[in-house]
Design a protein around this ligand. Structure first.
Ligand SMILES: [Zn+2]
Length: 436
């Protein structure tokens, strides 16, 4: 019985010696560069042989450029492969044993005894030792064919099929993408190569491999596979209100006061964002449109200094007669600079706080006699000297017009009077110019 796809058994294709001589002549005549193709699937070979019949063998050989070779088979099975000679087979077996031994880490011996028989086969179906060893590897139960993904030569994982590896790469791309993503690029040299692992080796499925590819490696803290994505994102953001300053002589130097609150504006922007493994590495603005203009905040900035700054802040501290104004004067026969204003009245006349503040000195101080100093903030202090009695203590807070001392003649004094000083940043001002 002849199978329809295999009209003649292999034995029919091997002929008498003279026939091979004719074939050899034909071979010379039809010399072509050998076309090598791995014979991995036996049905292909069967189909190739299907055209050959005993009667038209010579013509068929000529037309299909068949060649004389050896059929490798084991225990009467259909031929496993065709090779040029016995050496090709032993080389292939050596190769398989070496390869499997390496994979299993133990000495491996290829168990099958093969028979070699002369045969005629299409030239393209004759396998090199490399091709034959690949065919033999498929018959080794202890190892399995796997598809290994490599990134820049480093193995990242293995799947049972090439499709699973490709699916894993697609999943990684998806994993780094969103609705704004315009391009996804796998960086580095990506390889998907056939290899062998022990038959019991655990393999990744596509999802697991994808997950592993997106995790940082222990050594580098970044994933082995770098994926660069480009996104175009459109968003709105606030435009901060600018500050407009205006000089204000009614305020102290550098004192600030908000005249009008500003309001933020709003703008729409489109950026091209580049990411590596999700981490932003670049951003370029493509377009921007102001939706609402911001309204500036207006701030008054003080310019007032010294006397100008003091005006309106102070009241007369006592009543009496001005006996010595601020400035240069001659007293006790020598010219000196009078730092304050002398106001004379009777001993015990009330002395009031010229402005609200904190008592920073309350007690005797050299030629001042009994002295009280008030700190009013903003650089201002006032001095009340020659008092007969001080009615406040250091650290007290006093209000403007509050009684703080009584007039006297302590210290370097010629009679009961108040020596009153107004200082700005510790520089004495003319009190009369500061008072109403
Ligand atoms: Zn004085």
């Amino acid at each position: 019985m002849h199978h329809p796809n295999r009209p003649y058994p292999m034995e029919d294709l091997t002929g008498p010696e003279e026939f091979f001589c004719q074939l050899a002549d034909l071979e010379e005549e039809y010399q072509r560069p050998p076309h090598r193709r791995a014979l991995r699937k036996k049905p292909l070979l069967a189909a190739a042989l299907a055209g050959l019949t005993g009667l038209s063998l010579l013509g068929a050989v000529a037309a299909s450029t068949c060649t004389l070779c050896y059929a490798v088979s084991s225990q009467g099975d259909p031929p496993l492969a065709y090779v040029q000679g016995e050496l090709a087979y032993t080389q292939a077996v050596d190769r398989v044993e070496e390869q499997v031994s390496q994979i299993l880490h133990t000495q491996y011996e290829y168990p099958q005894e093969a028979q070699m028989e002369l045969a005629i086969a299409p030239r393209g179906s004759v396998q090199t030792p490399e091709e034959l060893s690949a065919s033999l590897m498929e018959t080794v139960d202890q190892v399995r064919e796997v598809w290994v993904l490599t990134v820049d030569g480093v193995a990242a994982g293995a799947c049972a099929t090439k499709e699973e590896v490709e699916t894993a790469l697609d999943l990684v791309k998806e994993g780094y993408s969103n609705q704004n993503t315009t391009s996804v690029t796998l960086c580095g040299e990506i390889g998907i190569n056939l290899d062998y692992l022990p038959a019991e080796a655990d393999l990744y499925d596509a999802e697991t491999l994808a997950g592993a590819l997106m995790l940082p490696t222990e050594e580098e803290e970044v994933p082995l596979l770098t994926v660069e994505t480009v996104e175009e994102v459109t968003y709105t953001q606030a435009i901060p209100a600018p500050t407009r300053e205006q000089a204000d002589p009614a305020l102290l130097l550098n004192e600030r006061k908000t005249v009008r609150e500003g309001t933020e504006g709003r703008e729409e922007r489109t950026d091209r964002v580049t990411r590596r493994c999700g981490v932003e590495t670049g951003r370029e603005n493509l377009a921007g449109e102001v939706l609402t203009e911001p309204v500036p905040q207006v701030v008054a900035v003080g310019t007032a200094q010294g006397v100008e700054a003091a005006r309106g802040r102070f009241l007369w501290p006592t009543t009496g007669q001005i006996t010595s104004p601020f400035g240069y004067r001659t007293i006790f026969g020598s010219t000196s600079f009078h730092r304050g204003l002398d106001i004379a009245n009777t001993t015990g006349t009330e002395i009031l706080a010229s402005a609200g503040g904190t008592v920073t000195w309350a007690g005797a101080k050299g030629t001042y006699g009994n002295l009280l100093i008030l700190d009013h903030g903003n650089g201002f202090t006032t001095y009340y000297a020659h008092c007969s009695q001080i009615l406040a203590e250091e650290g007290d807070t006093v209000k403007q017009g509050e009684k703080i001392a009584l007039m006297g003649s302590t210290g370097r004094s010629t009679g009961p009077h108040l020596h009153f000083e107004v200082r700005w940043q510790n520089e004495p001002l003319d009190p009369e110019k500061c008072l109403p």
